[in-house]
Design a protein around this ligand. Structure first.
Ligand code: ARG
Length: 565
């Protein structure tokens, strides 16, 4: 199924050709002035410059040819040379009907690519905190979007499970079984002690090296830590509706590191500098200084970058992926730039396999500073979820009579939507303020508002008692219907752009517009009590499409809708 902009563009091309203007100027986009028209073409302005002609005249000429088309209700040339296009009811409804008939509502599948999405990035034996929340939320949504567009996406949590923190924990760990609560207390205690007690720090460092070189005793403790920690992590990611195809980590590639580092040195790509082994990655076009990538410290230890390089090598061998997408805090941008350049230079990743890092901003509290607990500590993810669910729970019980049990169940679903939508509706690279009041509100640009809209449609459809199908959508008769149809039409364009730009916030923008248009429609049009059956069927088919699109979209964003709220 073609996109609406492609359909319009074809007509524009023909009209431009008839007017003797090169087709390449026949561009079209959504209008900047929705009060005047729905689509807009600015091509005559550029063409006029090249042809040394008056842009208004060109626009008027093109409009003359477009007026024959039944796809437009009006075609106007507007100063200084725009073409303003309004779709005809026929064309709009015909398109919306096709969307309803199409399983993917007009989305064309990508040619299937294999894509590794590296997100989550939890560190073993440390509690998941807010910093990991964004990676999980954004990464999950990007992975789902990629799959929705027809790709094979493989999510890897890439655990921090091999560094000094493991040595610290092993050194302080008591004998015998251990719980997650104990484990989580050990790490902060051990890292505090290491700062004051150099001997302890030395022993922990030693334990790290022993672990990495395969010492059975350290390995046994590590296994124990991993077992307890993974169970807890999985539980937490489950609560977030986040899941991974691969539970690999830094430890997975331990054995690949020595041969990799040796080959970098042998090939002359890495060289010694102040005892460390480094790779130059600066390029002449760089606007700022890009320091060399250190692949081995002077004490012989591997680093974060080394394990990322070894991981790339392993992923190439196992999956030969077309693309890699990493999602971390933007403070890691330099790390990824260095790793990517080293990987290219060393031939670990061929040029045709793309490497992308999405760096996200900080989640702040209402004071504009990084989000903290009420007592000022680092907020744990579980606490944040509990607080949000409680806020939603209270709203639900305020709103209506509902059993405590159902309210709890619903609050979990709605609370997650509040958190995820609150995060994803911002451009990822920007910082944002986590405002529990606003995020959990049932009105405005929020997750709960979107869910509320879906639930409302569900309940109308449940009451409808009438058979209808996609083909029942007839040309709109009211402005509210038109507004809803126009909001829906750009679905394929939006999903496409969101995927190309890895920008889930564009999906949020779109569904907010759709939800808003639906609610206007709902208030202005009597759906169930419409006496004309043809019209009533048309309304039902239109709101069913609205609901399906909202459901697909929230699925891509990584949350679900309850039955009632
Ligand atoms: N564990 C890291 C952290 O907490 C994130 C890992 C991101 N992925 C990667 N391949 N480096 O910062």
């Amino acid at each position: 199924m073609k996109k609406m902009t492609s359909i319009i563009k074809e007509q524009l091309k023909a009209a431009f050709a008839q007017a003797g203007i090169d087709e390449s100027y026949a561009r079209v986009g959504l209008s900047d002035r929705p009060d005047l028209c729905e689509y807009q073409c600015n091509g005559c302005l550029a063409a006029a410059k090249v042809l040394h002609r008056n842009p208004m005249e060109l626009a008027a000429q093109v409009c003359g040819f477009l007026r024959n088309s039944s796809d437009f209700e009006s075609v106007e040339a507007a100063a200084p040379g725009f073409i303003n296009l309004k779709l005809s009811g026929e064309a709009l409804s015909f398109f919306v009907r096709q969307m309803a008939e199409d399983e993917k509502h007009g989305i064309e599948q990508d040619e299937c690519k294999t894509i590794i999405v590296d997100y989550g990035g939890a560190n073993v034996a440390k509690p998941l905190h807010i910093g990991h929340l964004r990676s999980a939320i954004i990464g999950e949504s990007i992975k789902r979007l990629g799959s929705y567009m027809g790709n094979k996406c493989i999510g890897d949590v890439h655990l921090g499970d091999w560094g000094l923190q493991m040595g610290l924990i092993i050194e302080m760990m008591p004998e015998g079984p251990i719980t997650i609560d104990q484990l989580e207390k050990i790490y902060p205690a051990a890292s505090a002690r290491a700062k004051e007690d150099p001997e302890f720090a030395g022993r922990a460092h030693q334990k790290t090296l022993l672990l990495q070189s395969g010492d059975p005793e350290c390995r046994a403790k590590w296994d124990q830590i991993m077992q307890v920690s993974l169970e807890d992590l999985k539980k937490n990611y489950d609560r977030l509706n986040v899941s991974f195809e691969l539970w690999n980590g830094e430890s997975t590639v331990n054995d690949l590191i020595p041969p990799l580092v040796n080959s970098l040195a042998e090939k002359g790509i890495a060289y010694e500098s102040e005892g460390a082994l480094v790779v130059d990655v600066a390029e002449p076009e760089d606007k700022k200084e890009i320091p060399p990538c250190i692949v081995r410290k002077s004490d012989g230890a591997a680093l974060y970058a080394t394990s990322d390089l070894a991981t790339l090598e392993q992923r190439e061998t196992l999956f030969d992926p077309d693309a890699y997408i990493y999602i971390t805090d933007k403070r890691q941008a330099m790390h990824f730039l260095q790793v990517f350049r080293t990987a290219r230079k060393a031939g670990i990743v061929p040029a045709e396999h793309t490497l992308t890092h999405i760096g996200f901003g900080t989640m702040n509290g209402r004071d504009g500073k990084p989000f903290k607990t009420r007592s000022g500590g680092v907020m744990r993810l579980e606490e944040l979820l509990d607080d949000t669910n409680e806020a939603v729970y209270n709203r639900i019980r305020e709103n209506r009579e509902i059993s405590e049990e159902e309210a709890m169940r619903t609050a979990k679903i709605v609370g997650l939507a509040a958190i995820k939508y609150g995060d994803l509706s911002n451009q990822a690279s920007k910082d944002y303020v986590f405002d529990i009041e606003r995020f959990t509100s049932f009105e405005g640009n929020t997750g709960p508002y979107i869910l509320y809209t879906i639930v409302r449609i569900k309940s109308i459809l449940a009451k409808s008692e009438m058979a209808f199908g996609a083909g029942d959508i007839c040309p709109y008769r009211t402005p509210a219907e038109k507004k809803l149809e126009l909001a829906l039409v750009s679905y394929a364009e939006v999903m496409d752009t969101a995927w190309k730009e890895l920008a889930p916030h564009k999906i949020c923008q779109y569904i907010y517009g759709v939800a808003d248009a639906f609610n206007t429609f709902y208030h202005e049009v009597k759906i169930l009590s419409e006496p004309d059956e043809v019209l009533r069927r048309s309304y039902l088919a239109l709101i069913k499409l609205t609901m399906d699109i909202l459901l697909d979209s929230i699925h891509v964003l990584g949350f679900e809708a309850p039955d009632r709220m």
